[in-house]
Ligand binder design. Structure first.
Ligand code: URA
Length: 243
C-alpha cells in the first residue's frame, strides 16, 4: 500500500504539490469513489485510480535506451556541461529519478542505458558482473591482425592495469568492433593508446545481448520492452566460451 499522492506523482500526473491540490479538489477517484485525502493508502497494482476521469498508470520504474550524441556527459547534473538528462522530455520521464547506468565520455556516441532502478543498473554495469559492452571504433593507424590476440590476452594500460580479455573484430583498415567486460575510465581509448594508436571516433553499439536500435537518431531515446531489459544482462555465448 502506498500514499495516493506519491502514486500520482510517480505516474507523472504532476509534481507532489500539484497532485495534492488535485486530490483535494475531488478530481481523483479510487475504485470509482472520490478520495480527497492525499495520504490515503492505496494498492497501485490492484486499485483502479483515475485523475480527471483518466485512468492512472502507475509505473515503478522507467528504462530507456538513448543514442547519445557527442557533447553530452553521462551525469544527472553539471554546472557547466550539458548532461544526457537534458535530452529527456519532462513530460515523459521522471527526471528526478532516472540516471545513466555507466558512463560514456563526452565525445563518445551511442548506447546509453538510463534507468530508475539502481539494482538493475548495478547488475548491468557493476565491475564484478562482467556484462559485455561492444564499441564501434575508428583509429588513426592501420589495425594489425596480431592485435586480436593481444586484446584477448589482456592489454596493459598506462597505469599498469592489465585489462580483462577483450574481443577485436576488424571491419576495415582503420575501423573495428571491440567488446570489453569492464568499464575503466577511458578504457577503450587507453587500450588503443597502449598499442600506439589514437581512437578518433567511438560509439557504443551493444550492451549484453541488446543492440542499439539503429532507428534512433543521435539524441533520441525510447523505452525498452520487458524482453529487451532482460537482454541487457545476458552475455552472448560466443564470449562466455572465450573468457
Ligand atoms: N572507453 C572509452 O575510452 N570511452 C568511452 O566513452 C567508453 C569506453
Amino acid at each position: 500500500m502506498e500514499r495516493l499522492d506519491k502514486i500520482l506523482a510517480n505516474a507523472m500526473v504532476g509534481s507532489r504539490k500539484e497532485v495534492v491540490k488535485l486530490i483535494r479538489s475531488g478530481a481523483v477517484t479510487v475504485n470509482e469513489t472520490v478520495v480527497t485525502d492525499p495520504a490515503a493508502k492505496v494498492n497501485p497494482d490492484e486499485d483502479h485510480i483515475t485523475a480527471n476521469h483518466i485512468p492512472v498508470c502507475y509505473r515503478e520504474h522507467y528504462h530507456l535506451m538513448m543514442n547519445k550524441p557527442d557533447g553530452y556527459i553521462c551525469a544527472t547534473e553539471d554546472m557547466r556541461e550539458q548532461t544526457v538528462l537534458d535530452l529527456l522530455s519532462d513530460d515523459e520521464v521522471p527526471k528526478n529519478k532516472i540516471f545513466p547506468a555507466g558512463r560514456l565520455d563526452k565525445d563518445t556516441e551511442g548506447f546509453v542505458f538510463l534507468t530508475t532502478d539502481g539494482k538493475l543498473a548495478h547488475r548491468v554495469t557493476g565491475p564484478k558482473n562482467h556484462v559485455n559492452k561492444k564499441y564501434f571504433v575508428k583509429v588513426d593507424k592501420t589495425i594489425q591482425s596480431e592485435w586480436v590476440a593481444e586484446f584477448q590476452k589482456g592489454i596493459t594500460i598506462d597505469d599498469g592495469y592489465t585489462c580483462k580479455p577483450a574481443f577485436l573484430e576488424m571491419l576495415s583498415e582503420t575501423t573495428c568492433h571491440l567488446t570489453i567486460f569492464e568499464g575503466k575510465f577511458h578504457q577503450v581509448k587507453r587500450m588503443f593508446e597502449a598499442l600506439g594508436t589514437t581512437v578518433t571516433y567511438l560509439k557504443r553499439v551493444q550492451i549484453g545481448s541488446l543492440l542499439l536500435d539503429d532507428s534512433l537518431k543521435l539524441g533520441e531515446y525510447r523505452e525498452l520492452t520487458p524482453a529487451e531489459i532482460t537482454l541487457l544482462e545476458i552475455v552472448p555465448e560466443e564470449y562466455k566460451e572465450n573468457l
